[in-house]
Design a protein around this ligand. Structure first.
Ligand code: FAD
Length: 468
């Protein structure tokens, strides 16, 4: 039975009373704005909640959790709405929507930012960059800070300063009992451990506090290499190059199709290409030196690398990832990259299901790998690489083909992979979530879930069922 069929009917008077108790608003089927409010970034997701509670603050979130529990309504939680599995919305049930809660405050002296639970990466970067400060966040400014941080949070500063979750100092959380708890190294440290990688399992975070670092002008951008032979050689070159990177340098190799943009010579439009995208957050001269081998290799057909503002880098991908396209993301942590694996990726891209499809190869390590395996809930820190096959398309009649392609690449990577990244899971089932953790971490998370959410109130997520 679907969640919609299981959802109990809530009387109109009860809903009206709940609505009147909020500072925010409630949207129901039939209301103007219902379809916009239930839409998420991935167009594959088409779910119809019974109620959407647009919260204006922590009091509304507490009221919404208590209302949902009293009326046996399944709860979905929305931050930025970017989750590919569509966890921000449900069929039937209630969406507790934090997207109106986007305020960010910066204390430049303490180098701390406090962001509400619905803030986007762009909201945080905008406020912190006013003081020449930043923390690691993801690569598209519309992504939600909440989902990104709770699942880990890869970003351009990760090798120098760690993941987004590694920069979390404290969080305010509405837990399953409808009460507010503070999580930090001093208060509820077990909860604080679980929030840093355990996803949305332990409650609704209404506020995050992040450690900030001095970052303003960086050296970054993208280099493009073309031609099948060059691409195959380029991936091998990238493997060796990235393993020797200093911490200041974070890089991604991306196999994709060159778009018809004016900064790309017309002869490459529509061709399979290799991009190496980078951010060096240290000294500019050292950065130039780091990029020298990348410029000498090939040479690249397009070179868009140089000094730029951090904001420029953080919004560079925004137009590449518009809402309203169809997606099926998979990922695989890799201890090593064999020639055969690299060639398989190229072969698969030659058979790509759509021109928007791409494969990313993230180099991890640096500060990410130096955090102890049991210090946070984030898994697979020892893997130097993460590969994401990302089928992306627009026509629903291509769904089957594109999903089959994503599954095929994931299956080919699986024998060499230690697991997958929680935030790149296209499906939400507990077996998929389990692959994001080492066995000991998963057991600890399941026990923590039993403590903070014994009846699995927060189950519409990358779920970790409670195990006492
Ligand atoms: P939502 O869909 O709103 O929420 C996802 C889930 O997070 C919810 O179901 C809930 O379980 C939980 N959640 C949301 N808000 C809260 C809250 N306030 N309290 C508790 N739980 C909450 N990941 C990276 O690591 N690095 C990247 O660079 C990166 N880039 C991306 C770019 C794009 C275009 C997209 C679509 C995704 C990207 N991701 C990246 C993946 C991203 O981290 C996940 O999709 C993440 O879930 C997005 O968070 P959100 O708040 O936008 O999601």
């Amino acid at each position: 039975m679907s969640e919609r069929e299981q959802t109990p009917q809530v009387g109109e008077a009860t809903i009206a009373e709940f609505s009147a108790s909020l500072r925010g608003t409630v949207t129901q089927p039939g209301d103007a704005g219902y379809d916009t409010a239930r839409a998420v970034w991935n167009d594959m997701i088409d779910r119809r909640p019974a109620l959407i509670a647009h919260c204006s603050g922590t009091a509304d979130v507490i009221a919404a959790v208590q209302f949902a529990r009293s009326n046996d309504l399944p709860i979905a939680v929305r931050g930025g709405g970017h989750n590919v599995a569509g966890n921000a919305v449900c069929d039937g049930g209630i969406v507790i929507d934090l997207s109106p809660m986007r305020a960010v405050q910066v204390d430049p002296a303490r180098r701390v930012a406090r962001a509400q639970g619905g803030a986007t990466l762009g909201d945080v970067d905008h406020e912190t960059q006013a003081f020449g400060l930043a923390t690691t966040l993801g690569m598209v400014s519309q992504t939600g800070v909440a989902g990104l941080t709770l699942g880990g949070g890869l970003g351009w500063l990760q090798r120098k300063y760690g993941l987004a979750c590694d920069n979390l100092i404290a969080a305010d959380v509405v837990t399953a009992n409808g009460q507010l708890a503070r999580a930090s190294a001093e208060e509820n440290p077990d909860l604080f451990w679980g929030l840093r990688g355990g996803g949305g399992n332990f409650g609704i975070v209404t506020s995050f506090e992040f450690r900030l670092h001095p970052v303003s002008t960086i050296f970054g951008g993208a280099l493009m290499y073309a031609g099948e032979e060059q691409i195959r050689k380029g991936l091998r070159f990238y493997r060796e190059f990235s393993l020797a990177e200093p911490d200041e340098l974070t890089t991604i190799a991306e196999l994709g199709v060159a778009p018809p943009e004016e900064y790309i010579p017309a002869e490459f439009h529509g061709q399979l290409v290799l991009w190496i995208v980078l951010c060096h957050c240290g000294d500019q001269e050292a950065a130039e030196e780091c990029a020298r081998p990348l410029r000498a290799f090939g040479p690249p057909a397009v070179d868009l690398v140089g000094p730029m503002s951090y904001m420029e880098l953080q919004t560079m991908y925004d137009t590449t990832f518009p809402a309203g396209q169809r997606h099926y993301w998979r990922s695989a942590y890799m201890r090593e990259l064999s020639d055969a694996t690299l060639d398989m990726l190229v072969d698969q891209m030659i058979k790509r299901p759509s021109e928007l499809t791409f494969i990313d190869l993230h180099h991890m390590g640096g500060a990410v790998g130096r955090v102890g395996a049991d210090a946070t809930a984030f898994g697979h820190r020892d893997a130097p690489f993460l590969i994401d096959p990302v089928p992306t398309w627009t026509d629903p009649t291509d769904d089957e083909r594109a999903v089959a392609w994503g599954r095929g690449v994931a299956a080919a990577l699986a024998p060499h992979s230690s697991g997958s990244y929680l935030n790149f899971l296209a499906v939400s089932d507990p077996e998929a979530s389990r692959t994001s953790y080492e066995a000991a971490t998963y057991e600890r998370l399941a026990a923590l879930k039993a403590k903070y959410d014994p009846t699995n109130v927060f189950h519409l997520n990358h779920n970790i069922p409670p195990r006492p």
